[in-house]
Design a protein around this ligand. Structure first.
Ligand SMILES: [Zn+2]
Length: 368
């Protein structure tokens, strides 16, 4: 049986995902540039979303309730529920239809859209905060202060908020000391039920207009990192961090929604990189870039204690939302709910969050 158009679709599909071993069926799979792609239109049907095309810009918007996905032909940027995400491979247009890569559907679009269906979350007993740089490594600098000192200040503020909520927090450094990147990841790897949050600020000396937030989680195996156009041989290596691809992505997405929802910074997106700490941490891990020290507007914000306190509060809120997702399968708040707290919770998220208890219903499963 195949239902369409109902908000219950995703819940029913969820049942199939959990039933596990049904054959992959129904999805039209096409190969572009050696990668498997699926039609965006099928993704819309899969999520019970309507479609709206604007042929001039080559973009297509999928929407239903207050959920929304906007994809653009030839672009690796996709907007999911108001936040920018970076795909591994560009959206392709053929015969007037848009296609997204199967890897991106499984590693980015679906976990962003239905985080409560991600399985195997470790509990969050301990949060490891990792203030970037330190000691002889100053990181970037603004006219006001060095990155290492801003990062430590923000980490301490995040720590204080999390501790007030009863969460155990450890810091890779709590003074101006130099710590090797490997040691930072190893610190988290020695612990159980832990997440790792590395706190940095950005810089771009060649372009001082660059500004805004971005957050990184580890690049999935087989995909190029956001900074690269082409897949390279080393992208095929399974890194330690890849064990928690989806958990790290959920952490990045959840924290990022809170960061953007509670501040007024430019959205540069949820990105992928194989930074040492992300590659080596065998636990859910993210690296947050809280604005550009080389941009006058961002630098002025970051130099303000009040701004840093608000920013730290956003990070802590995002971490607590992730903890609820991981431990209680509660759909995390999104940017719109931070900015408009009175608006109703997402109906699709609510449906997806319901335990799927409809055994034996034969539906299509996600092509992973
Ligand atoms: Zn840094």
């Amino acid at each position: 049986m195949y239902l369409r158009g109902s908000i219950w679709n995703s819940g029913l599909f969820a049942a199939v995902l959990f039933l596990g071993s049904l054959p992959l069926s129904g999805w039209e799979i096409k190969s572009f540039d050696g990668h498997d792609y699926v039609p965006l239109g099928e993704t819309a049907t899969f999520y019970g979303l309507g479609e709206e095309a604007s042929p001039a810009s080559g973009s297509k918007k999928l929407h239903g309730g207050n959920r929304e996905i906007t994809a653009v032909r030839n672009s690796r940027e996709i907007i999911i529920d108001g936040v920018k995400h970076w795909l591994a491979f560009p959206v392709i247009e053929e015969g007037g239809r848009l296609f997204v890569s199967r890897l991106d559907l499984g590693k980015t679009i679906d976990p962003a859209f239905r985080p409560t269906l991600i399985g195997g979350f470790p509990a969050v007993t301990t949060v490891v905060l990792d203030p970037g740089h330190g000691g002889k490594d100053n990181g970037a600098r603004s006219p006001y202060e060095q990155e290492k000192n801003f990062a430590l200040d923000v980490a301490r503020r995040v720590r204080d908020r999390l501790q007030k909520s009863g969460v155990r927090v450890l810091m890779t450094r709590n003074n101006d000391s130099f710590i090797e990147l490997q040691e930072r990841a190893a610190f988290a790897n020695r612990l159980k039920n832990v997440i790792f949050v590395s706190i940095h600020f950005n810089a771009m000396d060649t372009n001082q207009s660059a500004n805004g937030f971005e957050v990184f989680c580890v690049t999935p195996r087989g995909a190029p990192s956001t900074a690269y156009e082409q897949t390279r041989l080393r992208d095929m290596v399974e890194e330690n961090g890849n064990e928690h691809d989806l958990h790290s992505f959920a952490l990045a997405n959840t924290v990022y929604h809170a960061m953007l929802g509670k501040t007024d910074m430019t959205d540069r997106g949820v990105k992928r990189a194989r930074f040492a700490v992300l590659r080596l941490a065998g636990v859910p891990a993210v690296l947050i870039e809280g604005g550009f020290l080389t941009n006058s507007g961002d630098a002025r914000n970051i130099a303000s204690k009040q701004w840093r306190d608000n920013y730290a509060s956003a990070i802590a809120t995002g971490i607590l939302e992730y903890k609820k997702l991981a431990e209680q399968k509660i759909a995390p708040r999104e940017i719109s709910s931070y900015r408009h707290p009175e608006s109703a919770p997402s109906s699709v998220a609510a449906a997806a969050a319901k335990p799927a208890a409809i055994p034996g219903v034969a539906l299509r499963e996600l092509p992973e």
